[in-house]
Design a protein around this ligand. Structure first.
Ligand code: GSH
Length: 250
């Protein structure tokens, strides 16, 4: 479950909950919502992604993928946002963020797996529709990634984004095509239940609401998926969403 054996000397000293995150990162928002729903205190380590603060050897000794979020709990590193929220639900059982029945739990896990798979789509759409004015990559930024980031796939992504040529356009086209398919599937899955895994709000809702919020911010027309729009309003009305996303400042 996303556990990582870090050799960073500071990690064993980190007592309680520490979150390495970025204010606008949807994956970080997911973890902040879970922390707020649980009502547990945590220490913030904010990394400014547009300033490339995650592109350091120091941080990659804590998270070998060089991305946010990372949770450190009493010296144990947990990576991957959906694994982190599951970890929090297991370690801090009250209030539970999963349904009781095994059947509904399976549904929840399926929805969460879909949210993980959707990350490449939402990342491209976020950058294309929303972030380009704020996240600019010049030759120095690309060189910094090439020299300091461990993940070749992320370096290639950064080059494509900076170039904004055919390779980037192909990513945007794939993301646009995926969007309709995935939202259609979620709309159908909601049926007449209030939450994504049935009668109770839980991890599947947390996992997805950050993506629907992002699409709304990017002014994507969501009117073809009315149940999803209603569900989004319910999930965004929760106080934990306001604290973790809309009114959160680092
Ligand atoms: N599968 C990972 C994805 C993490 C991820 O891609 N995080 C983004 C922010 S949402 C990031 O750190 N990107 C680094 C970059 O774009 O340079 C998770 O769910 O935690």
């Amino acid at each position: 479950m996303g556990l990582y054996e870090s050799d960073h000397p500071d990690v064993p000293q980190m007592k309680g909950l520490h979150l390495f995150h970025f204010v606008m990162s949807n994956c970080s928002q997911r973890v902040r919502i879970a922390l707020e729903e649980k009502g547990v205190p945590w220490t913030s380590h904010h990394l400014n992604l547009p300033a490339n603060e995650h592109v350091t050897e120091d941080y990659q000794r804590i998270n070998p993928k060089g991305v946010v979020p990372t949770l450190v709990h009493d010296g144990q590193v947990v990576i991957e946002s959906n694994d982190i929220i599951a970890y929090l639900d297991e370690r801090f059982p009250d209030p539970p963020l999963h349904p009781e029945s095994a059947e509904a739990r399976e549904v929840m896990e399926q929805r969460i797996a879909e949210a993980s798979a959707f990350q490449s789509t939402i990342k491209v759409l976020s950058h294309e529709l929303l972030f380009r004015p704020f996240r600019k990559f010049g030759p120095d930024d690309i060189a910094l990634f090439e020299e300091n980031h461990r993940d070749p796939a992320l370096i290639e992504w950064v080059r494509d984004y900076a170039e904004a040529g055919p390779a980037w356009q192909a990513r945007v086209d794939r993301a646009q095509a995926d969007l309709g398919v995935v939202l259609g599937r979620l709309e159908e899955a909601l049926g007449d239940t209030p939450w994504l895994s049935g009668a109770e709000y839980g991890l599947a809702d947390i996992s997805w609401i950050v993506n629907l919020n992002r699409l709304a911010q990017a002014k994507v027309d969501l009117s073809a998926w009315p149940r999803l729009v209603d569900w989004s309003a319910r999930a965004m009305a929760r106080p934990a969403f306001a604290r973790a996303v809309t009114s959160y400042t680092p």
